[in-house]
Write a protein that binds this ligand. Sequence first.
Ligand code: PEP
Length: 256
Amino acid sequence: MDKQNRKAVIAGNWKMNKTATEAAELIDALIPAVKDADCEVVICVPFTDLVTAVEKTKGTNIHVGAENVHYEKSGAFTGEISADMLVDLGVEYVVVGHSERRQYFAETNETVNKRSRAALAAGLKPIICVGESLDQREQGVTEELVRMQVKIALNGMTAEELKNVIIAYEPIWAIGTGKTATAEQAEEVCAAIRKVVGELYGEEAAKALTVQYGGSMNAKNAEELLSKPDVDGGLIGGASLKADQFAVIVDAATKG
Ligand code: PEP
């Protein structure tokens, strides 16, 4: 399976932005803007916007994701949300292991694995984020680091489960900084991710895997990034908060 046959997924990561009222407005603008998309369109929104997002997007081509999920089914975990709670609302995707969670909320490769497996067990599709810091890139360990992040994130997952997994390569130095990886840098690491998945699950599984790039992707640079053979989509932060910009990226995925 090559790029043409893989599912391109453009996912917005709204982060801690938009009240439910503001979310409703943005979704109203998004629905007509992306209705002809030839790729999967996902919006990952704060927990408090999920009900609004699921209700508003019913009958449209927009899918809804959460920005995190706990790995236990229920219990004494004040402030946390379980996978079953998300599924019950009609949520389909969940971002796991975003670098902001790793950096500010002590997320580790092991908890990324636990969250991803809990998400899969409940029927959610995890978008698993991996990526290096600027120091790590300058030290020349990007590929080794990303390979390790992927291996630990997927530890214990079956080939069947892998079909519902997306991996997002998000260099930390490019997130929210306006500094984008070059299309060549994005391709190099996305290809390395596909390679390690191939080593673990075989060539066919690797070829079927959706690998996204994320890090200051915007209306101007999306087409070039998405034209690369191993870049199947994008995880978009800032530019997903503007319906017109997000729609341009969705269009670029269709062309790419
Ligand atoms: C992100 O939050 O995953 C992201 C890539 O953010 P931005 O597009 O703003 O860099």
